[in-house]
Design a protein around this ligand. Structure first.
Ligand SMILES: *Cc1c(COP(=O)(O)O)cnc(C)c1O
Length: 400
């Protein structure tokens, strides 16, 4: 088995099969024709990687899935139209009427909405748990618990979960662990080594990496492959070969992008920690973060996405002026691209199992491949709009 960077360059391609072309080409098709009726009607492994009909995948799809499965260290992977559909597939594979699902309270908002609006309607009892629960999850497991869902760190509030402890408790009762692995990526964490059974990626984020495609991918252990693959087929999900091509192209450079974005994010985060306008930086890679030790134990690096709690008082008008004054940070959803972004965190209102009431308003930053000194200068000039701004500490020249 090769090392991660080598896998990124080589997994999921076979030039010999494509006239020597380095990349697996874009195969567009709906219909696949067979030489004889017998060949057409001979049953094929419905979960295999044979080309039968466009909806089930083409060599472009399979190249992408193969590369992701190898990077994740799982048995096989299946692409879905976006990250959210990958979450839906994972949940729908295990949820049954009359079962109980344990969902982390810090989960991505639309995942929570899916539980509330769809799973509960189907008779699944969804119980939210404290992201810091660790081995204590054992007390919440029931005979009818269908799965434990994790997302570590939470992609708004950045609590790091003790997934190995959660997985040990769940596996002792033969309950599968599903995890949204979009922040760690397969580059910075190997999900199956820490006890995850079903790993979900919003490939829209770092795998695509260029803010121009929507894609999801679910990778599983051998045991859970068939049920997960079957759910994708039953829901009629399919992905465009053009998007698969772009996702695979993004994957090739994911390692270098992530490594550089991690350096940039740390630089910006450490600068923010020195500022009087900032109360706390919620970034597991910082020693000040309560989850830092777990992060060091279970991750190989940090995605360039973190939140910042501003020092109160900051009213809505000041917050808006600060965000609007930024010129290098786009205001918008998503992250994982090459460019920097900012959004305001509204996490307090959606919690049910735990309280999240930070001392001031919070913003979430995604740090891109820009020069971090330019990003710092941009943040510094925008901070003039915050009431806690101190002129004597202004300026990008402040070096830590
Ligand atoms: C963006 C995101 C998703 C959903 O991905 P889409 O491709 O936007 O559907 C799921 N989970 C997390 C943690 C995300 O950040």
């Amino acid at each position: 088995m090769h090392r991660r960077d080598t896998l990124l360059a080589h997994a999921g391609r076979s030039p010999d099969d494509h006239d020597g072309m380095v990349n697996t080409p874009v195969f567009r098709t709906s219909t696949v024709v067979f030489p004889t009726l017998d060949a057409y009607e001979t049953p094929k492994d419905p979960y295999g990687k044979s080309v039968r009909y466009g909806r089930h995948g083409t060599p472009t799809t399979y190249a992408f899935e193969d590369a992701v499965a190898k990077m994740e260290g799982g048995f096989q992977a299946v692409a879905t139209p976006n990250g959210f559909s990958a979450v839906v597939v994972a949940l729908m594979t295990f949820a049954r009427p009359g079962t109980h699902l344990l969902m982390v309270d810090s989960v991505y908002g639309p995942t929570r909405t899916f539980c509330t609006r769809q799973l509960e309607k189907l008779g699944v009892e969804v119980e939210y748990y404290d992201p810091l629960i660790g081995a204590g999850i054992a007390t919440l497991l029931r005979d009818n618990t269908c799965a434990v869902f994790c997302e570590s760190p939470g992609s708004l509030t950045f609590e790091v979960q003790d997934i190995p402890a959660i997985a040990a408790a769940a596996h002792a009762r033969d309950i599968p662990v599903l995890a949204d692995q979009t922040w760690p990526t397969p580059y910075f964490q190997s999900p199956f080594e820490i006890g995850i059974d079903v790993s979900i990626q919003a490939a829209t984020k770092y795998i695509g990496g260029h803010s121009d495609i929507m894609m999801g991918v679910v990778t599983t252990t051998e045991r859970y492959w068939k049920p997960v693959r079957q759910t994708v087929a039953d829901f009629g999900y399919s992905v465009s070969p053009d998007d698969c091509y772009l996702a695979l192209r993004g994957l090739r450079t994911m390692g270098v992008r992530l490594k550089q974005q991690q350096v940039n994010a740390l630089r910006v985060a450490q600068w923010l920690e020195t500022r009087p306008e900032v109360s706390r930086v919620l970034f597991p890679a910082l020693p000040s973060h309560p989850g830092h030790a777990l992060w060091k134990r279970d991750f190989r690096g940090a995605a360039a996405l973190f939140s910042v709690v501003l020092t109160p008082p900051v009213d809505d008008a000041a917050l808006t002026s600060f965000v609007d004054a930024l010129t290098l940070f786009g205001i918008g959803s998503s992250w994982g691209g090459f460019e920097s972004l900012i959004t305001v965190v509204h996490a307090a209102s959606i919690r049910t199992a735990t309280n999240w009431n930070p001392e001031g308003p919070a913003v979430r930053l995604h740090i891109g491949l820009e020069d971090p000194e330019d990003l710092i200068a941009d943040l510094a000039q925008a901070m003039i709009h915050l009431p806690t701004h101190r002129a004597d500490t202004n300026g990008a020249a402040t070096h830590v």
